[in-house]
Design a protein around this ligand. Structure first.
Ligand code: ADP
Ligand code: MG
Length: 267
């Protein structure tokens, strides 16, 4: 059964979308079947996958609110080699419409139940807030991957986020785990980054990925060409870092399957 990973952090601009599309493309490049779900009304993951958010016929709105069959909503084989449920401004309307519907917190989980077997990995790009869409992502997911920048107060924000996720999980998805914490836009020359990084490791231990995503201009440029970085410039440090992250995640999975050790429970 495919693994569903929500990429979340209530802060904007920490690298959620960049991580989502580049990790998805890296996993797809290892011949895994991958789906990306763009739950952010900004539709950045959609554009970065080469799909025009203004032209796309169906989005997460149709999947969640209208309950259109998955087949009618999915975009096959985007520029990153993965399938996509697109997002755009309509997803804001979905957040409001969902308030009125039955079982509003588990719409996404229900929508994915029939296709989870088909995919190896499903990555959900969450909006930068803890709204009903994020709640849907958390209830559909097996785990949460948290991208973060190593800056001042980052640890406080992260502790608050993990606390909120735990409370939410207790209500909608008691099995939800933390997949990992990813340091993004990392600058090795910056003293503060390495201090925060050390604190992070002492608080969250193995949950912090060894792979670090460097600040790399190719990662910022690629979306405007509608491509993940590995297709825009495969030799870039950014593209290589996300391939390394995919490798680390796959290795972790093999290790935990071998030792039948499960990741740390959130609650
Ligand atoms: P979020 O989805 O959390 O709001 P984004 O992934 O959109 O964050 O990243 C915010 C901005 O930073 C975007 O312009 C993106 O292109 C840029 N960015 C993200 N990661 C990196 C990186 N490692 N190096 C350079 N720029 C980055
Ligand atoms: Mg984003």
């Amino acid at each position: 059964m495919g693994k569903v990973i929500a990429i979340a952090n209530q802060k904007g601009g920490v690298g959620k979308t960049t991580t989502c599309v580049n990790l998805a493309a890296s996993m797809a490049a290892t011949k895994r079947k991958v789906l990306v779900i763009d739950l952010d009304p900004q539709g950045n993951a959609t554009m970065a996958s080469g799909i025009d958010k203004y032209q796309v016929l169906n989005t997460a709105y149709e999947l969640l609110v209208d309950e259109l069959p998955f087949e009618q909503v999915v975009e096959r084989e985007t520029s990153g080699g993965y399938d996509l449920i697109a997002g755009n401004g309509d997803v804001t309307a979905a957040e409001i419409k969902l308030m009125e519907v039955f079982a509003r917190e588990v719409r996404l989980r229900t929508a994915l139940s029939g296709v989870r077997d088909y995919y190896d990995y499903i990555f959900i790009d969450c909006p930068p807030s803890l709204n009903l869409l994020t709640v849907n992502a958390m209830s559909a997911a097996d785990s949460v991957l948290v991208p973060m920048q190593c800056e001042y107060f980052a640890l406080e924000g992260l502790t608050a986020l993990v606390d909120t996720i735990s409370k939410l999980a207790a209500v909608v998805n008691p099995d939800l785990k933390i997949e990992g914490i990813l340091r993004t836009m990392y600058d090795h020359r910056n003293r503060l980054s390495s201090d925060v990084s050390d604190q992070l490791k002492s608080h969250f231990g193995d949950k912090v990925y060894r792979t670090v995503i460097p600040r790399n201009v190719r990662l910022a440029e690629a979306p405007s060409f509608g491509q993940p970085a590995m297709y825009y410039d495969k030799s870039s440090l950014g593209a290589k870092a996300y391939l390394a992250l995919a490798g680390e995640i796959l290795r972790r999975e093999e290790l935990s399957a071998d030792s039948s050790e499960t990741s740390e429970q959130l609650v």
